[in-house]
Design a protein. Sequence first.
Length: 111
Amino acid sequence: MSQPEMQPEGVPPESPEGQGGSSGGRGQGQGAEGSPSRDLTGRAFPLGDWGDPAGRLDELYRWVERGALNTADWYLTDRGRKRRAARLLRVGAALGAVGAGVFPLLDLAGV
């Protein structure tokens, strides 16, 4: 008894121009499939003919490599946004601490 294939709904179809290899470019604003979504979703396992095992393994290797590059790109993009947000929060906290220390001194000086 085999498991039924379960994929999330709305998985974008593989584009033919993405078959030639990996571009390796980051910051293009679009995923490898050309969709603007940067979320990681399940992809359908590529069906193929095992009559030529070497060609099939090469195709699977490119599929896995493309998925790994997409995952790394997604992670680094998401991490960059979080780092900028954390830096902004740290600057805000530092300014708040300086303000909390300066206002009582100004009140004490009568300004």
